[in-house]
Design a protein around this ligand. Structure first.
Ligand code: ATP
Ligand code: MG
Length: 568
């Protein structure tokens, strides 16, 4: 496996990259009348993932940076895998990330007629032929990178025969697999993609947009460059595996061009992340076989999953800037993604107190039926977010793990006889531990120093820790969903003999049904972000009801990535 990229320099935002430099060059040479036009071309065969986000940020980012345009184009040339549900989700995700294709929404299927006409033009030029051999034979004849291919016996059919056969293919006279249309290029080319590539195949599946109008469908390579050309794309940016397709891309453009404008393909390294898989096929498998709860399961690396998990568009865009754009394949440490959301939410998220594993505390010297209103800071990083009122009363909850009956020497939180601060509230001292008949702690009896209101020391005496808490009477009973990495292996895809699903983390999801959060969250809407003080960032899930809010853990406060960096 390639090195994992998580060096400290990645924490800096990268503002320029090699593609920007190439575009600057093109602009300096006034290529294409100094027009800059990119496109994001997803195939609607699944939901977008964080790898697509890199491509979206790059393509739309270039348009923004150079005053150009970026199209959204659905590359929908394979009707067997494509669905409207995916089209809708993709548009939603691109918009959510903060990008706008304005009125430039296209589909490769918009060009089916033009592509078909172009195929006929190639046949007329003697540059394409119908091959009646089966797929296996064609593939065997392709040869290897070191051994030349073999010409098909159908390669030298007349133009008339090819035209007739292609029309009959298109009209549904043949069955799937009976024949294909191939470009006539060079069976001896050192580039395998130039050895008479297939450009049209027969498919009888109805298309999600064109229904059963077409009996033949263009191959990706045949559709892509031409779609770019017709849209006036100047820079067609794709991932590295298409580098070897570039001569073919150029070959088609050469046969299509009737002006001095030409699109240029530039390749960059795709994003890989540790502890996840990123191919749509594998993500689809996780969804279809119910290994996760849908495409937007908060553990998924999909944009919809990240959104539901509590990621913000800004954090994903910043992540994308941080990882930069290169020509070298690498694997990015997923903690860099977590760092980006933590950094953004630190600046923007509303602070609240929430108790995940409640332990009741009764303040014996606090009057019954009295509520004291305390002032709490909404975000110490952003004064403009102001303050809020947090109610305090005789019975509160604290976190179970903030109390120990017999603490070891390094434990500074609450224990019998010890005084601690309740954030924004009072100093309290634990006097008694009340247990049930099995010896389990039921609740604690504490006293508070009424002179320490606001959590301020009345006489300069110090306490060693500050706990978060929630007033029992005012608390909002909530469900909290905790998430961990979906895979316990750094590279679940990297084991040739073992299926990636074998590496799924059995503890990636845990539901805490009874948590208590301060009343401030009552008015929250799904996807609102919060920092639960001392714990982490959470957001309100779509499954919430007014009776029972549901929160997702976005990311814990502790920054394992930054820590590792400082360790060196
Ligand atoms: P997958 O391999 O996940 O199925 P794909 O490349 O088949 O992805 P497309 O819908 O064709 O998916 O991708 C649309 C655009 O997003 C393409 O330009 C593709 O190069 C880019 N893209 C896809 N995956 C990544 C990735 N991991 N990193 C960067 N760009 C990506
Ligand atoms: Mg693809």
């Amino acid at each position: 496996m390639t090195d994992i990229i998580n060096t400290a320099e990645n924490a800096d935002l990268k503002k320029t990259n090699f593609i920007h430099l190439q575009i600057t060059d093109d602009l300096n040479q006034r290529k294409n009348n100094s027009r800059i036009h990119t496109r994001f071309p997803p195939e609607p065969n699944g939901y977008l993932h964080i790898g697509h986000a890199k491509s979206i940020c790059l393509n739309f980012g270039i348009a923004e940076k150079f005053g150009g345009k970026c199209n959204l184009r659905f590359d929908d040339t394979n009707p067997t895998k494509e669905e409207t549900e995916y089209v809708d989700s993709i548009m939603n995700d691109v918009r959510w990330l903060g990008f706008d294709w304005e009125n430039r929404l296209y589909y490769a299927s918009d060009y089916f007629q033009k592509l078909h006409d172009f195929a006929i033009l190639l046949i007329n030029k003697g540059k394409a032929y119908v091959d009646n051999q089966d797929a296996e034979t064609i593939s065997l004849q392709k040869g290897t990178p070191t051994r030349p291919g073999t010409e098909s016996p159908f390669r030298n059919r007349s133009v008339e025969e090819n035209l007739d056969l292609f029309m009959r293919m298109s009209n549904g006279d043949f069955d799937e697999g009976d024949c294909v249309l191939r470009a006539k290029i060079d069976m001896n080319s050192p580039n395998m993609h130039m050895r008479d590539p297939i450009i049209y195949r027969i498919m009888k599946t109805p298309h999600h947009r064109t229904g059963d109008k077409w009996g033949v469908y263009p191959m990706y390579d045949f559709a892509h460059g031409q779609s770019d050309y017709w849209e006036g794309i100047t820079h067609s940016i794709c991932t590295l595996e298409f580098e070897v397709h570039r001569p073919l891309y150029d070959w088609f453009v050469d046969h299509l061009m009737d002006s001095d404008y030409r699109p240029r393909q530039i390749e960059f390294a795709r994003l890989n992340l540790t502890y996840t898989v990123m191919s749509k096929r594998k993500l689809l498998e996780l969804v279809k076989d119910n290994h996760v709860n849908g495409w937007d399961d908060p553990r998924m690396p999909t944009i919809s999953g990240l959104r539901r998990r509590g990621y913000t568009p800004e954090s994903i865009r910043n992540f994308s800037d941080r990882i930069g754009v290169t020509k070298v394949d690498g694997v990015i440490d997923v903690s860099l993604l977590e760092y980006s959301v933590r950094e953004h939410l630190n600046k923007t998220a509303q602070r609240v107190m929430g108790v995940l594993n409640p332990l009741k505390v009764i303040i014996t010297n606090f009057p019954e039926n009295e509520t004291v209103e305390l002032e709490a800071i909404n975000n110490p990083e952003d004064e403009s977010m102001g303050t809020r009122i947090v109610p305090f009363s005789k019975e509160i909850y604290i976190e179970q793990e903030d109390f120990m009956e017999n603490p070891p020497s390094k434990f500074f939180r609450l224990s019998p006889g010890r005084e601690v601060r309740l954030r924004y509230a009072y100093f309290i001292t634990c006097n008694e531990v009340v247990k049930d008949e099995n010896g389990n702690v039921k609740h604690l009896l504490c006293t508070c120093d009424l002179a320490s209101k606001g959590g301020n020391s009345p006489d300069g005496r110090k306490v060693k820790s500050t706990l978060h808490w929630v007033s029992a009477e005012h608390a909002v009973k909530s469900e909290v969903r905790l998430y961990d990495r979906l895979f316990s292996d750094e590279n679940p895809d990297g084991h040739k003999e073992i299926d990636f699903k074998q590496f799924m983390n059995p503890d990636s999801f845990k539901k805490l049904p009874v948590c208590y959060v301060e009343p401030f969250v009552k008015t929250a809407k799904p996807l609102d972000h919060f920092q639960f003080e001392r714990l982490g960032y959470f957001n309100l899930d779509y499954d919430s009801t007014p009776e029972k809010p549901v929160f997702n853990l976005t990311v814990q406060l502790r920054d394992s990535w930054a820590k590792e960096q400082s360790k060196g």
